[in-house]
Design a protein. Structure first.
Length: 410
């Protein structure tokens, strides 16, 4: 007969969460969200073994937490009519998740250049963990476990023949996979060539896998205590369950962070580049009387491309009004004012462009100055647009450029 559970202090919040299954369903929801985020990339590049490994990991994790919820465990037992058959099923899902962890690291570390090593290790991992799954079901078939336990099966049957070996087997397989995965990821983090988002994602993954070891430690401690005649069931039912849920959430976040971070960073970069072009866009729009096409459903890169195209088309219309002599004098004036070569070139181009807009407004039918060199103006629209933000510097350059050389020397 199982021992009576001893009372433990400070565990009421954990017990409340486990009783309501909040943490289990939260972990399943986070894993499902990560899978949804990754799914388009997985479908698009299905031949990529790394993406397939990530997809398998997230899928197994999500299914595992759905079936590990006490309410789902009771439903599985009731539908099949076999008491505690949910145990080998959940253990099998956990073992498959362990295999997916190892496969992910193998594919990730070896890369496409070592495909032969990846295939060999993959066959080894699949063979070993498939054998573990088969053994779990064989041990359950041999065991006698008539009393349904939805939350404390590991400690309740810790001394039952064959159930004892089944519990120990899945915990050892889980511990081995967590230890190897966490160690390999920490070694990976210490390497070079990782961008910031990927490095942060790996750190969160490493913490998540390390936290899984707390799950194994508390489970093994509670089971071992039962073997010694003591009662530490709260470690298994409360602490271990909470550790597993937090670990799963961290693993899901670890996969989301690199993808979401790079996506948001690219969105911010495109938005920033488009916003920096606004001064030049406003100037060319007022000069030409037209505006860039607007489409609210357009992607960020398409909006940036349309703004750049509009600006360059407008600059072509203004090019015949550009004064090359003014540009040369403005460049010299900017250098004399202490600006660097690149900044001086941008200020000189901005002064010349403002003069061209003014001349076109005053003399719209003028033939202009022929075909001036517009290569810099077309190429460095970002620098010119930023120069237009500093009207005081532009006025200073314009004033020095239009002052007679004698007065300037004086």
């Amino acid at each position: 007969m199982p021992l009576r559970r001893t009372q433990s202090l400070g565990l009421e919040p954990l017990r409340l969460l486990t009783d309501l299954n909040v943490s289990v369903w939260l972990a399943a929801a986070v894993l499902a969200a990560a899978l949804v985020i990754k799914l388009p990339s997985i479908v698009k590049m299905w031949r990529d073994p790394l993406l397939r490994a990530v997809g398998g990991l997230l899928l197994f994790g999500c299914v595992l937490f759905v079936f590990a919820a006490p309410s789902t465990i009771a439903w599985t037992n009731r539908v099949t009519g076999v008491p505690n058959i949910a145990a080998p099923w959940v253990y099998s899902l956990m073992t498959a998740l362990c295999a997916s962890w190892l496969l992910l690291i193998v594919v990730w570390r070896n890369g496409p250049d070592r495909a032969d090593v990846t295939r060999r290790v993959t066959r080894w991992v699949v063979t070993v963990y498939a054998g573990v799954v088969a053994t779990l079901w064989m041990l359950f078939a041999l065991a006698d476990a008539p009393v349904e336990r939805t939350r404390d099966l590991d400690t309740y049957y810790a001394n039952t023949p064959f159930m004892r070996e089944q519990i120990l087997l899945y915990l050892l397989a889980h511990t081995l996979a967590c230890s190897i995965t966490a160690r390999l990821i920490w070694n990976w983090i210490r390497g070079d060539g990782l961008d910031a988002w990927l490095r942060w994602g790996l750190r969160i993954l490493a913490v998540g896998y390390s936290l899984n070891l707390l799950y194994d430690a508390t489970k093994l401690t509670a089971v071992t205590a039962r073997w010694a005649g003591h009662d530490l069931d709260w470690l298994s039912t409360d602490v271990a369950s909470a550790a597993a849920c937090v670990a799963a959430i961290l693993v899901a976040i670890g996969f989301i962070v690199p993808h979401a971070g790079q996506y948001l960073q690219e969105k911010w970069r495109l938005r920033t580049l488009r916003r920096r072009l606004r001064p030049l866009y406003v100037l060319t729009r007022s000069a030409t009387g037209s505006r860039e096409p607007f489409n609210p459903s357009a992607t960020g890169d398409l909006r940036l491309l349309r703004r750049e195209t509009f600006i360059r088309d407008a600059l072509l219309q203004l090019s015949r009004y550009l004064d090359e002599d003014l540009h040369a004098r403005s460049h010299t004036a900017a250098l004399r004012l202490g600006h660097g070569p690149e900044r001086a070139e941008a200020l000189a181009a901005a002064v010349t462009l403002l003069d061209a807009v003014d001349r076109r407004r005053r003399h719209p039918d003028s033939e202009g100055n022929g075909s001036p060199d517009t290569a810099y103006l077309m190429r460095e629209i970002q620098a010119v647009s930023q120069a237009l933000r500093h009207r005081d510097e532009l006025e200073a350059v314009r004033a020095h450029a239009t002052t007679p050389a004698e007065n300037a020397r004086a």
